[in-house]
Design a protein. Structure first.
Length: 365
């Protein structure tokens, strides 16, 4: 491919989208003019408001996109595509292409993805796609295709995904197609949609059950805790006061123990230095040691009592907070339950509708 063609491919589809002058933008009606080579074909596609870009440079695979080209594209213009032998992706969404235009696609042997979303094609036009043996994805959303056009699926050996939303295809037609091609990713898929509706309904029922249980619990907590709200408050305040008192006692005991330890250290030092000191010095040392042990025990007891008081204060505070919250949970629980019931009812209706459609579809025509 020569350098000029590479530049054309790099710039494809950007002229009007980037705000160039009106002279560079395509008019609404441009007649078809035969293209001598890939360069001219690319230029004509860009002139029509389409774009040409690489999907893979390693294998020179191309993508052509006309979905933002407006109404300038006609069936005859699709003849330009025959010059692009490496075309793998073609997007014709929201164009005025008809069955006649599809006739120009029959020679695109390497085409893998074709988007005909909201075009004017019908069952009659799909016969032109029978030779696209590499086609993997076909989008017929919003077209006039019906049950008769589904026979094209049997002619496309590589087809993996098919979009048929908002077409004339019936529920029985979809079910029959899925039975014949169970591995095909079909949209819509009645059986799959029914499973999803079933799951949504089950989830809604579970939400209703949870909401009702929450309401019962909220009512129970409100009845039990609300009358005791002030009692819990008083207990919490008393526990905090007791905790403060015990913390103060603990701190005082700690200070006394520290003083006793310093005294013991001083006397022990004196004993160490004066090994031959009098019996009075030894007695004082023994008394200091005994006093230190006594105060250390008192400190440990004060610490335990302070920790117990802190735990009691926290428990009382939690009960007081639960009493405060119980009224709010009671007020909110009926609304949660009613919304869950409404979701369950909606899910049940969707499930019943899809179940009826699926049963009718499985009966066949």
């Amino acid at each position: 491919m020569n350098p000029s063609v590479h530049r054309l491919l790099a710039l494809a589809g950007l002229a009007c989208a980037t705000g160039f002058s009106p002279a560079e933008c395509p008019p609404e009606a441009i007649p078809y003019r035969p293209a001598a080579d890939v360069g001219e074909a690319t230029a004509r596609i860009v002139e029509l408001g389409g774009s040409v870009r690489w999907t893979s440079r390693e294998k020179n695979a191309l993508e052509v996109d006309f979905q933002f080209g407006g109404t300038s594209l006609t069936d005859a213009h699709l003849q330009y595509l025959s010059q692009l032998q490496n075309l793998e992706v073609l997007r014709l969404k929201n164009t005025t292409i008809t069955d006649a235009g599809l006739a120009h696609l029959s020679g695109l042997a390497g085409l893998k993805r074709l988007d005909l979303d909201k075009t004017r094609v019908t069952d009659a036009g799909l016969k032109h796609l029978a030779n696209l043996d590499a086609l993997e994805s076909l989008n017929l959303f919003g077209t006039q295709v019906g049950d008769a056009g589904l026979s094209i699926v049997h002619e496309l050996p590589m087809l993996k995904s098919l979009y048929l939303g908002e077409t004339k295809v019936s529920t029985s037609g979809l079910a029959g197609l899925k039975r014949a091609h169970p591995d095909l990713d079909l949209t819509p898929d009645p059986a799959r949609d029914r499973q999803r509706a079933q799951a949504a309904w089950e989830a809604a029922r579970f939400a209703v059950a949870n909401a009702e249980a929450a309401l019962v619990l909220a009512e129970k907590n409100f009845k039990e805790l609300s009358p005791k709200k002030e009692e819990f408050k008083k207990v919490s305040e008393a526990a905090r006061q007791k905790q403060n008192e015990l913390n103060k006692a603990r701190d005082e005991a700690s200070q006394q123990a520290a003083a006793a330890k310093r005294s013991l250290d001083e006397i022990s030092k004196m004993v160490a230095e004066l090994k031959n000191a009098s019996e009075e010095a030894e007695r004082k040392a023994a008394e200091a040691g005994s006093r230190y042990q006594e105060l250390a025990a008192q400190l440990e007891e004060a610490r335990k009592r302070a920790e117990e008081a802190a735990t009691a204060a926290r428990d009382a505070a939690k009960r007081f907070e639960a009493a405060n919250l119980s009224k709010r949970f009671l007020d909110e629980a009926p609304g949660v339950r009613d919304r869950a019931r409404a979701q369950e009812e909606d899910a049940r209706k969707v499930l019943e509708a899809l179940s009826t459609e699926t049963i009718e579809a499985e009966k066949g025509p």
